[in-house]
Write a protein that binds this ligand. Structure first.
Ligand code: ZN
Length: 367
């Protein structure tokens, strides 16, 4: 393995320097396993994979917790529509997701906790919030007082999030359910407040607490999770533990669109990973996802995959050369650790070749 140049081991994300200390703890919001994996999901998980690999390149151990949201109303509804038990549908879809991730060379996470196995942890969280006055009980449901607990405050467009306004049992629109009562056809577990199930934000808060502890180095997920999901996850953990901040940095990956519209299961506007893999190499698909600013939303055009494959070929050729330019390894390392600037690292790799190109290919799993 090529020795890394000496120097500070710090990842800069969103303008903030994150010192890398082993073990770095990464919480990655995983899938709700009720349908196929599309390119938008792949972008999130490939970017999270690249970020953790870049942290490992810098010499630190990284623990990745990627949950499976196998208790969720969309899953219950999809299972009922297919006349399949919800846990069978979840297991099947999780298996298909894992196949897509393996094909895309996404490394398996250290931990894959499932919400169903952490119901007791959510009950503990709800009890702690009630005891500390951050929560209240109403009609068998435990609510968390969202305001003013949300780090950075509730954004101006918060009312556009239906989840926050559709629950008329809550006292205030920004309060969210930590524990929800269940009807006869809904998944249900016993609790001190009757039969019920966890709220989504509370699941991710309780799992993060249980698996990684009261704070993490990085929270990752799609851009659409930044609010309300990640904001409430952080607020719930911080209210329960008093430890702030819950997350030292965030990676909310830009949304992928097609024809100017967001790629989403609900609209059927989808490019499936499994379909792309039939015609393109995993490395070309990874390069297409990574050769850009991770924050920016973008539109998928099939011809871009041809350009990605050509760029990859040029870097493969460069990696086969001895590589002349002094300092190119340092330059590649610096680019990757500075806002995960993959496009610059790829440019250097293509230009300098040799060790620099091999380091980029290895780190981004493009070889
Ligand atoms: Zn989550």
């Amino acid at each position: 393995m090529t020795p890394l140049p000496a120097g500070p081991r710090c990842l800069t994300l969103g303008g903030q320097a994150l010192p890398l200390i082993s073990p770095a703890r990464v919480y990655l919001c995983g899938i709700t396993p009720y349908d196929v994996t599309h390119l938008g999901h792949a972008a999130t998980f490939v970017w999270a994979d690249a970020a953790t690999s870049i942290m490992r390149m810098a010499g630190v151990e990284v623990l990745v917790c990627r949950n499976v949201t196998d208790i969720d109303d969309v899953l219950t509804i999809a299972a009922a529509e297919r006349e399949t038990p919800y846990d069978v549908l979840a297991a099947t879809q999780e298996y298909l997701f894992d196949q897509d991730m393996t094909a895309l060379r996404v490394r398996p996470p250290t931990y894959t906790p499932r919400a169903r196995r952490h119901v007791d942890r959510v009950i503990e969280l709800a009890a702690a919030l009630l005891e500390s006055g951050h929560g209240y009980l109403r009609d068998g449901q435990v609510y968390f007082r969202g305001f003013p607990a949300i780090p950075g405050g509730v954004p101006a467009d918060a009312d556009e999030h239906g989840e926050l306004t559709g629950d008329h049992t809550a006292r205030e629109p920004h309060d969210v359910a930590v524990w929800r009562s269940s009807g006869p056809d809904e998944p249900a577990w016993p609790s001190p407040w009757g039969l019920g199930r966890p709220g989504w934000h509370a699941e991710c808060a309780a799992i993060a607490l249980s698996v990684l502890g009261s704070s993490v180095d990085l929270v990752a997920g799609g851009a659409d999770l930044a609010f309300p999901h990640h904001a409430y996850q952080a607020a719930l953990v911080e209210a329960a533990t008093g430890v702030r901040p819950f997350a030292r940095s965030r990676l909310n990956v830009g949304t992928v669109g097609i024809g100017g519209e967001k790629m989403a299961k609900s609209t059927g506007n989808l490019v499936l990973v499994a379909d792309l893999l039939r015609e393109h190499s995993p490395a070309a698909i990874r390069l297409l996802l990574l050769d850009r600013d991770w924050r920016e939303p973008w539109d998928f055009h099939p011809a871009d995959l041809t350009a990605s494959a050509a760029r990859l070929d040029r870097i493969y050729s460069a990696a086969g050369t001895r590589g002349e330019e002094k300092g190119s390894l340092d330059a590649v390392t610096s680019a990757l650790l500075r806002e995960l600037d993959v496009p610059t690292a790829l440019d250097i790799a293509e230009e300098a070749g040799g060790d620099a190109a091999r380091l980029v290919l290895r780190t981004l799993a493009l070889a």
